[in-house]
Write a protein that binds this ligand. Sequence first.
Ligand SMILES: [Zn+2]
Length: 78
Amino acid sequence: MTSSFDFGHARNINSIENDIKEMETLFPIDKYGERDFEEDMVQENGCYLNFCIVCGHDFVGNKHRMICKLCVEKEVEE
Ligand SMILES: [Zn+2]
């Protein structure tokens, strides 16, 4: 007589939970990028997607900004 219990489903649920954890690591939702101006987002026009004229990457910040945070910090250093 063979057992009717199938533990395959339990394994599947575990693997899905691991997938979700992996996704959260790859795509953190509540974390801003190094180019984003986190401090601008509380402003009225502070949550715009801009393109940096220096490095060409997109970043979030005040709509009047033209350079991302990473490049601004680089310019300050030089
Ligand atoms: Zn840049």
